[in-house]
Design a protein around this ligand. Structure first.
Ligand code: ATP
Ligand code: MG
Length: 250
């Protein structure tokens, strides 16, 4: 069961249908982006995948597991960067990371090795003993990204990973995520508003609108299609704008 599936999944909050009959199929090792306006249902979709919310209808399957019935198995497979980075402000970077490595059940020698490796990769070694409350937005985001990757999870769930990162850090993160997907078969599911990044690194996209699929397709197929061209190249922004304007008129 090498995939992640949403079949006709719905989730409402009172009158608001946050996710509304959503279908998704994400293959293992894919880099998959969920796109859409503020309030389109992206974060709710990720919370359903993690079993943090129970669907009102439909089925979610994560590598053969039901995120509600097998919640700890599913969450154990995942490294998560949530919208609010969720770090302990009054602890240092290192103490935050050690705390989570312990929760992940990593032995101390292994967690220290891995923390040093990831701090180096994210150019954060000199912030190791800083309190999280003294970090800039981008540095907090990097700390939370390191936490998500500590235990080399099978699935990385990243809610707006590049928001707040500078261009160099964004490019470094892209290189690292692509390497994880290609070399280790890590499945990466992200939400973002950065369409340029998506075009550079994602295999598949789904654009959500009012909790429904407005569009699902592969970046490679879009690039080959000859449609939505700008300056002789495929432009995801153009596709996005045209679809959103079309949907807005419905
Ligand atoms: N816990 C909640 N209680 C009530 N309403 C909620 C809750 N979570 C989400 N919603 C509503 O569901 C809809 C989808 O929200 P969601 O957070 O999934 O959007 P999003 O696509 O992640 O948006 P953004 O790009 O702003 O992060 C919104 O209308 C939101 O107000
Ligand atoms: Mg969101």
């Amino acid at each position: 069961m090498g995939d992640i599936r949403f079949e006709g999944v719905s989730k409402s909050f009172g009158e608001v249908a946050a996710v509304n009959g959503l279908n998704l199929a994400i293959a293992e090792g894919e880099v998959y982006a969920l796109l859409g306006h503020n309030g389109a249902g992206k974060t709710t979709t990720l919370r359903l995948l993690l079993g943090l919310l129970e669907p009102d209808g439909g089925a979610v399957t994560v590598f053969g597991c039901d995120p509600i019935k097998d919640g700890s198995t599913v969450r154990g497979m995942c490294g998560v960067l949530s919208e609010d980075v969720g770090l302990y402000e009054s602890l240092t970077v290192l103490d935050n990371l050690i705390y989570y490595a312990d929760i992940y059940g990593m032995c101390r020698a292994e967690s220290e090795r891995r923390i040093d490796e990831l701090l180096r990769t994210f150019a954060m070694q000199d912030k190791k003993h800083f309190l999280v409350k003294g970090l800039s937005t981008g540095m907090s985001k990097k700390t939370a990204l390191i936490r998500a990757m500590l235990h080399s999870p099978r699935i990385l769930i990243l809610d707006e990973p590049t928001n707040g990162l500078d261009p160099v850090s964004t490019a470094d993160l892209r290189t690292m995520l692509l390497r994880l997907a290609k070399e280790q078969g890590t499945t990466i599911i992200m939400t973002t508003h950065n369409l340029e990044e998506v075009q550079k690194m994602c295999d598949q996209i789904t654009i959500l609108r009012h909790g429904r699929n407005l569009f699902t397709g592969s970046i490679a197929a879009l690039q080959d299609s000859g449609h939505y061209m700008e300056h002789g190249q495929f432009s995801l922004e153009k596709l996005y704008m045209e679809l959103e304007q079309g949907a807005g008129r419905q």
